[in-house]
Design a protein. Structure first.
Length: 194
């Protein structure tokens, strides 16, 4: 099975490009942020707790997110594989994901990291905040905090997969179609080698 992590800071284009990658390679999309927002919409206990962190641009505690992903992974049978979007976001989440896959005889195929300068990320998120209704896009302070949290807590995940020889950086600046083509060019040989 193919297990890709589409990685990068808030606003880099993970959600946008995941849609294209899953169509191209016939994969399932697991987006931790979307799953958490569904929980918030349903006002579940998990959602009520997660909202306290998400509205401030902080990470939801690892144990909540890991158990959410674990339950999704257990219903995966019959698919070609997965694009993980927004997960893992800390080294403990990466270790948990590796363990969950290992117990199924599987592993991460690649971490593909989109790269976009910070000023462009802020512009994209501020602009999306005008229409998205997402509380975490609505103030520059929260946007800045999300980017800081990425640098401090999430970017070390790169080292985790780099040590496994699975890290592939990709330029995320430019037209959405051009970025998709760059991603597909990187991912295609990885998929063919599986
Ligand atoms: P999440 O939903 O994962 O949000 P995020 O990482 O902040 O990512 P975004 O959705 O903001 O950006 P994206 O990279 O998907 O870019 P997009 O394609 O949307 O997480 C939200 C929160 O949930 C977290 O802060 C945390 O609290 C919690 N959470 C989630 N997962 C967690 C985890 N694993 N552990 C703990 N907590 C977790 O694009 C952004 C904008 O740019 C769009 O408007 C798009 O149209 C535009 N755009 C895209 N590509 C381009 C391009 N090439 N040129 C110009 N504009 C573009």
């Amino acid at each position: 099975m193919i297990h890709l992590i589409l990685f990068g800071p808030p606003g880099v284009g993970k959600g946008t490009q995941s849609q294209r990658i899953i169509q191209h390679f016939d994969l399932l999309h697991i987006a931790s942020g979307d799953l958490l927002r569904i929980q918030i919409m349903n006002q579940s206990d998990l959602g009520i707790k997660a909202k306290l962190y998400m509205d401030k641009g902080e990470l939801v505690p690892d144990e909540i997110v890991i158990s959410m992903i674990e339950s999704i992974l257990s219903s995966l049978d019959g698919k070609n594989g997965v694009v993980f979007d927004g997960f893992p976001r800390t080294p403990p989440q990466a270790e948990a994901l590796d363990g969950l896959l290992k117990s199924r005889g599987e592993e991460i195929s690649a971490l593909v990291a989109l790269k976009v300068p910070k000023e462009e990320l802020v512009k994209r998120l501020e602009s999306r905040g005008l229409t998205s209704g997402r509380a975490d896009d609505s103030s520059i302070k929260t946007i800045e905090n999300r980017l800081k949290v990425y640098d401090n807590k999430t970017s070390p995940v790169i080292k985790h997969y780099s040590e496994q020889g699975k890290y592939h950086p990709v330029n995320g600046v430019g037209m959405i179609d051009d970025v998709s083509k760059r991603l597909i060019d990187i991912i295609e040989p990885i998929v063919e080698a599986i």
